[in-house]
Design a protein around this ligand. Structure first.
Ligand code: PGA
Length: 258
């Protein structure tokens, strides 16, 4: 049986009630019409989680379409103004969290230690946790990609190795080269192959994942044209889509690309 790919829409800080309603309704309708069987994940801005959750529930699409958050607090609860804890998110049946996105790392200065705390919170709450890793252009040019990613992965699990489930299905690694995000220039298939193979080997070492249950997905300027070749690459189990996921047609074409 063809294994399902994970197609994740990261809407970042975009949209409003009107636009996101239209997108979600469109995705639900098209998913049913086209009988899309890949797993779809929506990562909306947090204030819209509840109404999107209700829409998915009402349309009984929640088997194929899951919901996740773009970010969580590294702390359990308390005096952390502006933060959203994993327990608050639990009320909206989010099955996934996204942790360590490059915009969190670079704009909000989250380091590997903070990300390790978030991974711990997420895994402890039994969420499927997408951990983003990736090198900057400067690091890429200096051929430091593997070194950077090794450190990011190693630290990410430093507080939570014992929380990886025996079937490993609660871990997803997203390889997102920083220079490919929003730039219109995705990584080459050669680079994706090399890095995903490297991550596979590392995760096997860290989590003893012989059966390759940990999903490794790619993100960075994914579009309807490049999705098929990216998803056909060995060790690529899905894509994380930013800009193109805000356009219904483009996102549906990506969902149907394989
Ligand atoms: P992009 O963003 O598809 O717009 O490059 C991807 C991401 O940031 O997850």
């Amino acid at each position: 049986m063809k294994s399902k790919k994970l197609i994740a829409a990261n809407w970042k800080q975009n949209g409003n009630y009107k636009l996101l309603s239209k997108l979600v309704d469109g995705i639900i309708k098209k998913q049913k019409l086209l009988k899309i069987s890949n797993d779809i994940l929506l990562l909306p801005p947090s204030p819209y989680l509840e109404f999107i959750y209700e829409k998915l529930k009402k349309s009984k699409s929640n088997k194929i379409i899951s919901l996740g958050v773009q970010n969580i607090s590294p702390y359990e609860e308390g005096a952390y103004t502006g933060e959203i804890s994993i327990n608050m998110i639990n009320d909206f049946k989010c099955t996934y969290t996204l942790v360590g996105h490059s915009e969190r790392r670079h704009i909000f200065k989250e380091d590997n230690q903070i990300i390790a705390m978030k991974v711990y919170q997420s895994l402890k709450a039994r969420k499927k946790t997408i951990i983003c890793v990736g090198e900057t252009l400067k690091e890429y040019n200096k051929k430091l990609t593997k070194q950077v990613i090794q450190q990011q992965i190693k630290t990410a699990f430093s507080k939570s190795l014992n929380l990886i489930t025996p079937n490993k299905k609660n871990i997803i690694i997203a390889y997102e080269p920083v220079w490919a995000i929003g730039s219109g220039k995705s990584a080459s298939i050669n680079d994706i192959t090399n890095v995903h193979d490297f991550i596979r080997t590392k995760m096997n070492k860290i989590a003893n994942d012989k059966s390759k249950s940990i999903k490794i997905i790619y993100g960075g300027s994914v579009n309807p044209k490049n999705t098929n070749s990216i998803l056909k690459t060995p060790n690529v189990d899905g894509v994380l889509v930013g800009g193109a996921s805000l356009n219904l047609k483009k996102f549906i074409d990506i969902c149907c690309a394989i």
